[in-house]
Design a protein around this ligand. Structure first.
Ligand SMILES: Cc1cc2nc3c(=O)[nH]c(=O)nc-3n(C[C@H](O)[C@H](O)[C@H](O)COP(=O)(O)O)c2cc1C
Length: 353
């Protein structure tokens, strides 16, 4: 068989995944009213030949629904909707984690539900604009700073959401602490200018993520909680920090103590050798992402650089990516113009061979 390591099983906490090829989390904006639906169940279950599917970012709170038509994971309707998705994936022999994404300051009042508010570690607006369905492109407003006494409530939202995910039949959850959303807004000194226990130095800036991970692992089991980090990624207006390597190594060591089930890293922004340092500091399974194909994935696994590989864009346009890779078939190219548009087009209409 081609790519024997990529297509070999792996013990991921208490489940066995049938291969090491993971579908990376991708926001697709098909959740009308922030509730998962049958169309999403088809999209995910069509891709169940991946060893593991990680869903698009789903918010643990109304306050974290910063983008148009992204799903939530907190209400009874959302649990019901997600149950349809997990059942369909499991029926097709797949496994699925939900990515919990709280957008924090990357939001707009026109996108979040009535009564919700934008929250962030500091009252500093992200630069740039974002899409709103009702008024097109809009600047990011200044978010509300979370008071220190309000932090446990935010962590509780994630805990509630993780428990809701279990009720909805997920095999686990991934904490989205990458790409400039709320947890990473705590990590970064540009978006976090707090002077309390959650800011001021990198140990303090790591505190929110470590407390969050600990609370979630306690609630649903460490073997069901993975985390995504993107060190050195300045997406969504983050600032450069000279201590960034030391901060992330300390974070990985803290996560090691918690025994999370995997660490997911995007490699695009990493300095040479840094993924190896993170792998060692974390001590558990590493999932690498970023521009991999079957050859490069197999080589990375064979070199012992990581235990799993996640692929994003190729899974959008190739629901049968596993089969195509195994047979050396050509891959279809995804249509970027339909990444975030509502409906079936560019979502569930890509053909299998
Ligand atoms: C349409 C689209 C939506 C994405 N949404 C998310 C997301 O919700 N959460 C996340 O962590 N990454 C998200 N990403 C990043 C992907 O997970 C992945 O890191 C990226 O596509 C690079 O991997 P690839 O080269 O295999 O595509 C998104 C990427 C794309 C193309």
């Amino acid at each position: 068989m081609k790519y024997p390591i990529l297509f070999s099983p792996f013990e991921l906490g208490s489940i066995q995944i049938k291969n090491r090829l993971v579908m990376a989390p991708m926001t697709r904006s098909r959740a009308i009213g922030n509730i998962p639906n049958e169309l999403m169940a088809k999209y995910y279950s069509d891709r169940a030949s991946a060893g593991l599917l990680i869903t698009e970012g789903a918010s643990p709170s109304p306050n974290g629904l910063g983008y148009s038509r992204i799903p939530g994971m907190y209400s009874p309707e959302q649990i019901k909707g997600w149950k349809v998705v997990t059942d369909a994936v499991h029926e097709n022999g797949g496994h699925i984690f939900i990515q919990l994404m709280h957008t924090g300051r990357i939001a707009h009042p026109l996108n979040i539900p009535e009564g919700a508010i934008m929250v962030a570690p500091s009252a500093i607006a992200a630069p740039g604009k974002m899409w709103t369905d009702s008024a097109g492109m809009q600047e990011h407003p200044v978010p509300n700073e979370i008071p220190e006494a309000g932090i446990p409530a935010i962590i509780q939202e994630f805990v509630h959401s993780a428990k809701a995910a279990m009720e909805a039949g997920f095999d686990g959850v991934e904490i989205h602490a990458a790409n400039g959303y709320l947890p990473m807004q705590f990590l970064n000194p540009g978006s976090n200018q707090r002077t309390d226990n959650y800011g001021g130095n990198y140990e303090n800036r790591n505190r929110f993520v470590l407390e969050l991970a600990e609370a979630m692992a306690h609630a649903i089991g460490k073997e069901k909680v993975g985390i995504r980090l993107s060190p050195f990624n300045k997406f969504n207006g983050l600032s450069v920090d000279e201590n960034e390597s030391a901060q992330y190594i300390a974070l990985a060591e803290g996560l090691k103590k918690l025994g999370l089930v995997y660490l997911h890293l995007m490699r695009f922004t990493l300095p040479a050798g840094f993924a190896d340092q993170m792998h060692e500091a974390f001590g558990g399974p590493l999932m690498m992402n970023g521009g991999f194909n079957a050859e490069t994935a197999e080589a990375e696994l064979e070199a012992g650089k990581c235990e799993m590989i996640s692929i994003g864009r190729a899974f959008i346009s190739n629901p049968d990516l596993v089969h195509r890779m195994q047979t050396g078939a050509e891959l279809a190219t995804p249509d970027e113009s339909s990444f975030y548009t509502p409906g079936e087009k560019g979502y569930t209409d890509y053909k299998t061979l």
